[in-house]
Design a protein around this ligand. Sequence first.
Ligand SMILES: Nc1ncnc2c1ncn2[C@@H]1O[C@H](COP(=O)(O)OP(=O)(O)OP(=O)(O)O)[C@@H](O)[C@H]1O
Ligand SMILES: O=C(O)[C@H](O)[C@@H](O)[C@H](O)[C@H](O)CO
Length: 197
Amino acid sequence: MPLLPVQLMKYIVIVGGPCGTGKSTVAHELALHYKDRNILRDEKEVYIEGDSFHSHANIEKMSSGIPLTDEDRLPWLITLARYSSQQFTKENSGDICFLSCSALKKKYRDLLIQTITKINPDIHPIVIFLHGDPEVLYKRVSGRKNHFMKPQMIKSQLDTTEPPDSFELSCIPIDTTSYSTIKDEIDDVIGRLNKYL
Ligand SMILES: Nc1ncnc2c1ncn2[C@@H]1O[C@H](COP(=O)(O)OP(=O)(O)OP(=O)(O)O)[C@@H](O)[C@H]1O
Ligand SMILES: O=C(O)[C@H](O)[C@@H](O)[C@H](O)[C@H](O)CO
């Protein structure tokens, strides 16, 4: 009897969007939902938090209210692409991991996707790109305590943002401010993500 084909495909789900859209919240909830197949199964390591990989200089800049430039972001994006791709070389049977990373411009998303697939062509990167009403984002960020990113940065974040268009296949745009609850948002994201998995 012929053996069934082995499922080789792996998925890196990048949760992007400007500050306050809920990247960390959504990436965390998704990682928990897909816990059984998530390569980062450890409670402390359920998803990769992109902000943790910013250089000290980048964090200093953002904390001082200065937006990052392409030059500031490019090495960070490469690091994230490499780090997330390498998770699949660990001894583990998981086939998915989650990465929160602003990925505000098309060229940043292209760089992440190209770097990941060059490292491992069996990985399929999928982007969930969060966006929403600036006033709601402002309120969310203002309500956050002890975070380096202050609400004054929202304008530059939105000015920098290039929302994905329909030509960016494997990119799912989500208006995070259109749901009544976080649970409704997560349920909808899961329903849409499942079509790709
Ligand atoms: N759908 C939602 N409805 C209401 N509040 C939300 C929603 N998603 C996230 N939040 C809240 O908004 C705040 C910002 O969320 P979070 O830190 O996940 O955003 P982020 O995009 O990762 O931000 P940053 O990139 O600035 O760290 C948090 O207090 C979070 O609880
Ligand atoms: O590309 C960027 O400008 C950054 O990644 C930001 O988006 C922040 O790190 C994040 O939003 C924290 O609040």
